[in-house]
Design a protein around this ligand. Structure first.
Ligand code: PFF
Length: 448
């Protein structure tokens, strides 16, 4: 069955933004920024988006549209059409695997939003103190049963849309979701300005202190640039396959990346003033927004309403991302003759099973660090390892191979046929030299 195309450029942008904007922007960006010392990390992250992320996004959408298949099918087909080995499909295989692993833990985190919606709606955050908010979050993590329940619900939601075909509903959902999320983040930033610690947050986020930058934080920034833009995981390639020929890939990619960055920066501007105002730790870790935001909502007029709305929107933002994670695998299985419904249910079930190990990493297995014999992985739980391997190893490696493919293997005339003429020479030079060298240098400094 040939897949239907997106109805317009706008529809594609909405789906791509829906994929890009998610927990990565609102949950992960603030907490890794806190852990990696602020300004210098943010600067490196922005540079990675501009110099490496956007060109790779253009490459993936271009490959997707040219191949017109699942990421695995596309990479094989485009390579063969270039007279090269079908082995390049390996890029698609690794991407599909990365997306699958990310989905397994993403669903657990996205699940956290649901008990927070319940708590917010029942007025549980009114006047809450920072310690109590910390205790509330701690209580959730300590309960495997609750985590498993919400993980299951979220995975079910993901499978539901995926089975029905992603173009149904996604476009409409994201069209109201993104503006709503934007407005709500602006309201939160407005509140953060009243805490008296906004200036401190601005300094933390935007004044680079290079002494806090390590080789590893540069790798984390690079990995996050890929994660937040949904790159090297097949999502953009799979969505690119449904893109009409006449749409400008360069302009579209810029738009998606800019919207994605704006959401992350707004989240940072909303969260850090609250962190500083309440003496919370910027390096607190994955619980950062779940501990800080309830405190802010608890003090804001109409806080119960805004808190409910915020966690509902976060849930939706995570949902439109998780759907795109499953798409690589589902589109591949579909190509192999498995029905969409069976592929979505099977893929979702497998990711759900792997996700259980993340649920346990947060409580019963929190001391289980399987790779502790390597210094770098000391104290890292299974969940930490999934996150580390996907964002910091598989994604940069996938992007490196993609850059080599489009820069050195594919004939420039063929990529030029897809990419807008005016951008093609610059893009080609970047994917040929800047991206591969940049990724290799960052890898090198992390190995030595
Ligand atoms: N970009 C998503 C986020 O920032 O939350 C995460 C993501 C979506 C990663 C889709 C990979 C993917 F295929």
């Amino acid at each position: 069955m040939t897949p239907a195309l997106w109805s317009s450029r706008f529809a594609f942008i909405m789906a791509a933004v829906g994929s890009a904007v998610g927990l990565g922007n609102i949950w992960k960006f603030p907490y890794i920024t806190g852990q990696n010392g602020g300004g210098a990390f943010v600067l490196v992250y922005l540079l990675c988006i501009a110099i490496i992320g956007i060109p790779i996004m253009m490459s993936e959408v271009m490959l997707g549209r040219r191949g017109g298949k699942s990421p695995i099918g596309t990479m094989g087909a485009v390579a063969v059409a270039e007279g090269r080995s079908r082995g390049w499909a390996g890029i698609g295989i690794m991407a599909t695997l990365a997306a699958f692993l990310i989905l397994s833990f993403y669903s657990v985190i996205a699940g956290w939003t649901m008990p927070y919606i319940v708590e917010a709606a029942s007025g549980g955050f009114a006047g809450i103190a920072a310690e109590d908010s910390g205790a509330l979050f701690g209580g959730l993590l300590a309960s495997p049963g609750q985590l498993l329940l919400w993980h299951s619900v979220f995975m079910g939601l993901t499978v539901l849309v995926s089975a029905g075909g992603v173009k149904h509903g996604l476009e409409r959902a994201v069209t109201w979701l993104m503006p709503a999320l934007f407005v709500l983040l602006l309201i939160l930033v407005g509140y953060a300005m009243t805490t008296g610690h906004f200036g401190e947050a601005l300094v933390f986020l935007f004044r680079p202190d290079f002494s806090s930058l390590t080789a590893e934080s540069i790798l984390v920034a690079l990995g996050h640039a890929f994660f937040t833009l949904s790159l090297a995981s097949g999502a953009m390639m799979a969505y690119g396959a449904y893109l009409k020929k006449e749409v400008s890939i360069a302009r579209t990619s810029f738009t998606v990346a800019i919207m994605d960055v704006c959401v992350a920066l707004l989240a940072g501007l909303a969260i850090f003033p609250i962190v500083f105002a309440h003496g919370l730790q910027p390096g607190e870790g994955p619980g950062l927004i779940f501990v800080t935001l309830p405190v802010a909502f608890g003090q804001m007029p109409g806080g119960g309403f805004f808190a409910t709305l915020f966690f509902v929107l976060l849930l939706f933002a995570a949902w439109t991302s998780s759907i795109s994670m499953l798409e690589s695998l589902v589109s591949f299985l579909n190509e192999k003759g498995v029905s969409r419904v069976k592929a979505a249910v099977g893929g979702g079930l497998a990711a759900w099973l792997v996700g259980i190990t993340t649920v346990l990493s947060l409580n019963l297995w929190s001391d289980f660090a399987p790779l502790a014999m390597f210094d770098r992985f000391e104290g890292k739980t299974l969940f930490d390892l999934y996150d580390y391997f996907t964002a910091n190893i598989m994604m940069p490696l996938g992007a490196l191979l993609t850059a080599i493919f489009v820069g050195w293997v594919m004939k420039p005339a063929h990529s030029a046929a897809e990419l807008d003429g005016q951008w093609h020479p610059l893009w080609h030079a970047v994917v040929r030299y800047v991206t591969p060298i940049g990724v290799l240098i960052i890898f090198y400094f992390n190995l030595s």
